[in-house]
Design a protein around this ligand. Structure first.
Ligand code: UDP
Ligand code: MG
Length: 315
């Protein structure tokens, strides 16, 4: 029989894991001709998440758990899950029930039919979200899609069900700076988009502050576009052209009217402005250099402390 692996990254999710498991396993029990395994990845939680996961694993041999050595972030936790999944199909879901498990049968059907390699969920509205955050999110998708050749779909959640072939492709992208919205799109394959309305978190709190989202957005742009690196060249060219005409203007003015020793205040403004532009461009270079530095170190994306559940009781 075929196997479906459900990967659930959990970070301080003591309030949600049990209801997640209850609701998801009810849906999975009705899935035709497939076995299901759960891979809960405890991403260095500081609450009762891990003991709860161990308890779930005791009650159901389909539950496996991985405990990372510290908090590596959702991207790292997801990668750990993907590496450990054994399924012919692999689904990634949030623990907070923002990804309704009721969509699983439909997703599985789409992928099993053979005309799609992946079924992914995108939300068509952003209800329940602060309006400023929604506005910034929309602008982010506009900007990144202009700058990157990889399509980043607005409203796409990380909730998706993939074939083994696609999972293996994703696992070949071993970059340290993981921006999975881009990675899933970059590997290609045929994706069926399932549209839903926004669902609010069942319990607990979102781990994303506005500032964290902003940094994540910038990381995404740096990971999937090199367009900012061209900013320096473009601005440099523009200022060369301006300078060329300015020189002609100054020379002509000197020859015709003479007495050119004026314009100090404007000179100060120009120097300040250009210094700003130069520092800005150096800053962009710095961002890419920093990412390259981390990438070159070749550090692992996550580290495992212990794991268990399922049939293998490894410690
Ligand atoms: N998560 C994680 N590590 C982190 C942050 C989040 O594994 O450092 C998990 C979290 O437990 C949840 C999922 O990623 O299952 C999505 O997190 P959250 O609900 O906070 O994000 P949001 O839905 O608000 O985007
Ligand atoms: Mg959530």
């Amino acid at each position: 029989m075929e196997l479906l692996s459900i990967i659930v990254p959990c970070f301080n999710e003591e309030a949600t894991v049990e209801s997640f498991y209850a609701r998801t396993s009810a849906v999975c029990a009705a899935l035709p001709e497939i076995r299901v395994e759960y891979i809960f990845v405890d991403d260095g939680s500081r609450d009762q998440t891990l003991p709860l996961l161990k308890k779930l694993a005791e009650g159901d041999s389909a539950v496996r758990w991985l405990a990372l050595s510290r908090n590596f972030g959702k991207e790292g936790a997801m990668f750990a899950g993907l590496e450990h999944a054994r399924g012919d199909f692999v689904a990634v879901m949030d623990a907070d029930l923002q990804d309704p498990p009721e969509l699983l049968p439909q997703m599985l059907e789409a992928v099993r039919g053979g005309s799609f390699d992946c079924a992914a969920v995108r939300r068509v509205d952003r209800r329940g979200e602060p309006p400023i955050r929604s506005w910034f999110a929309r602008q982010f998708y506009k900007v990144i899609n202009k700058m990157s050749r990889t399509e980043i779909v607005d409203g796409a959640r990380d909730f998706r069900l993939m074939t083994r072939q696609m999972v293996d492709a994703v696992l070949r992208l071993t970059e340290y700076n993981r921006f999975s919205k881009g990675i899933f799109s970059w590997v290609g394959f045929r994706t069926q988009w399932i549209e839903t309305e926004n669902v609010e978190r069942s319990a607990g709190e979102s781990k994303w502050s506005f500032f964290k989202l902003l940094v994540y957005a910038l990381d995404g742009i740096i990971a999937f576009s090199t367009a900012p690196l061209a900013v320096a060249s473009v601005l440099g060219l523009v200022f060369c052209v301006i300078a060329f005409f300015a020189i002609i203007f100054v020379v002509v003015r000197q020859l015709v009217w003479g007495g050119s020793a004026f314009g100090w205040p404007s000179l100060v403004c120009i120097i300040l402005f250009l210094a700003g532009v130069q520092l800005f461009c150096v800053g962009i270079l710095g961002q890419y250099l920093a990412k390259t530095y981390l990438e070159v170190k070749g550090r692992p994306i996550y580290l495992l402390r212990e794991s268990g559940g399922g049939n293998t009781h490894e410690k």
